[in-house]
Design a protein around this ligand. Structure first.
Ligand SMILES: [Ca+2]
Ligand SMILES: [Ca+2]
Ligand SMILES: [Ca+2]
Ligand SMILES: [Ca+2]
Length: 390
């Protein structure tokens, strides 16, 4: 990170402390520790209404559980958990969309066993707890481990596209359906990028230049940050140009959001080992103007930031960034920009968790009041939780 030392010391509260808002946030349990499910390492959680009753549900998976569990909300403090897939390999990422257009959302899992699984929800004829069919995507090459999976519409077909990244294979792959989806086998792989030195661990989907096509942004601790240019919705199997955003190492999580509210998508990343959250400023027309200035958002040492979320927590029209840390002084913070300075961020402490914080999806979980968020707490007696602000 040489060259950015000048930023150290900027961007904190004047007295160097957090604004403590822990009293304003209450934790609720989505799932308690369950026999036969090892939830001690590496958690992932997403929000989705799986049973179509209008109440937000969740899906979770852990590196150590090798299983995907859905959590159906009965009421905000009572949730029922059902394992929808087990022995899948270490869960490295989860995604959810209605892949087969059945009316019920399905779940995808990228795993350490070298597979990307699609878990298809049972039809509406039966309860959501019926058997979930599973199948895995075809691979263009043998992959040891998939790090991330995302679902979006990159092409002009009705069916969703799926993208996955494997850092150890150094590839990023896009799958497109050959017609109506009945199983993962309907999908054909197309390699977007290969021979990527160091590889990329995390993906996010964003329209980086606002031309209507969706692009990919990728980060990897051994490779930096790039964006990959979709050649166009009618041409997704043609060449995807790779554009560098940063060649600095150490970035573990990535988020695309208009940080400075100038109307273009900026990129937020965690530098886990460096304890920092930084953002890269899109100065408009990133194809012609490829320099993305780096700005410090927070230095959380000795905490190791390795989880990001975004939402307008205080409903003031400005998106807020959630950050979770692990290893030391595990906590959840809310970062809010102060005025126009790019590196002046106010930091509020939402919770000291005592356990490593996983992902931080924001949503209206209880259906009333302010936005809420869920997360995983690896190793905790309550490994899947949500937080509400009073
Ligand atoms: Ca529901
Ligand atoms: Ca479905
Ligand atoms: Ca912007
Ligand atoms: Ca806000």
């Amino acid at each position: 990170m040489a060259g950015w030392v000048i930023l150290t010391g900027c961007g904190f509260n004047p007295d160097g402390s957090d604004i403590d808002v822990t009293d304003l946030w209450e934790q609720f349990i989505i799932a308690s520790r369950q026999a036969g499910l090892d939830t001690n390492v590496g958690g992932y959680v997403l929000l989705q209404d799986f049973d179509g009753d209008g109440k937000t549900d969740a899906a979770s998976g852990f590196v150590s559980s090798e299983a995907v569990v859905i959590h159906i909300q009965n009421n905000p403090s009572v949730w029922s958990s059902f394992t929808i897939g087990s022995n899948l390999g270490a869960i490295n990422s989860l995604a959810s969309e209605d892949i087969d257009d059945s009316g019920q959302p399905d779940v995808l899992a990228a795993t350490g066993d070298g597979k990307i699984w699609i878990l298809f929800a049972p039809s509406f004829a039966g309860p959501v707890t019926d058997l979930w069919r599973r199948s895995s995507l075809d691979h263009p090459v043998v992959v040891g481990s998939w790090d991330d999976v995302k679902v979006a519409h990159f092409d002009d077909r009705a069916e969703f596209n799926i993208v996955g990244t494997s850092s150890d294979a150094g590839i990023i792959v896009l799958w497109r359906s050959q017609g109506r989806v009945t199983s993962a086998v309907t999908y054909e792989p197309f390699v977007i990028a290969s021979d990527l030195p160091g590889g990329f661990e995390r993906l996010t989907v964003a329209d980086v230049d606002e031309d209507g096509d969706l692009y990919l942004v990728a980060c990897g601790p051994d490779s930096g940050v790039i964006w990959l240019e979709n050649p166009g919705a009618a041409n997704v199997t043609q060449f995807w140009m790779i554009h560098p955003i940063s060649s600095d190492k150490g970035f573990t999580r990535v988020l695309a959001v208009d940080v400075d509210q100038e109307g273009d998508i900026d990129i937020v990343v965690t530098d886990r080992d460096g304890g920092r959250v930084v953002w890269f400023e899109n100065r408009g027309s990133p194809r012609q103007n490829p320099v993305w200035p780096e700005h410090l958002m927070a230095n959380l040492l000795p905490g190791r930031p390795d989880a990001l979320g975004v939402g307008d927590l205080d409903e003031d029209g400005v998106l807020d960034i959630l950050v979770g840390t692990d290893t030391n002084q595990q906590a959840i913070y809310w970062l809010e920009r102060q005025g126009m300075a790019q590196s002046l961020w106010q930091r509020r402490l939402i919770a000291r968790t005592g356990f490593d914080v996983g992902e931080l999806p924001v949503g209206d979980i209880d259906g009333v009041g302010w936005p809420d968020f869920a997360t995983t707490l690896a190793g905790s007696p309550s490994p899947v939780v949500w937080y509400r602000q009073d």
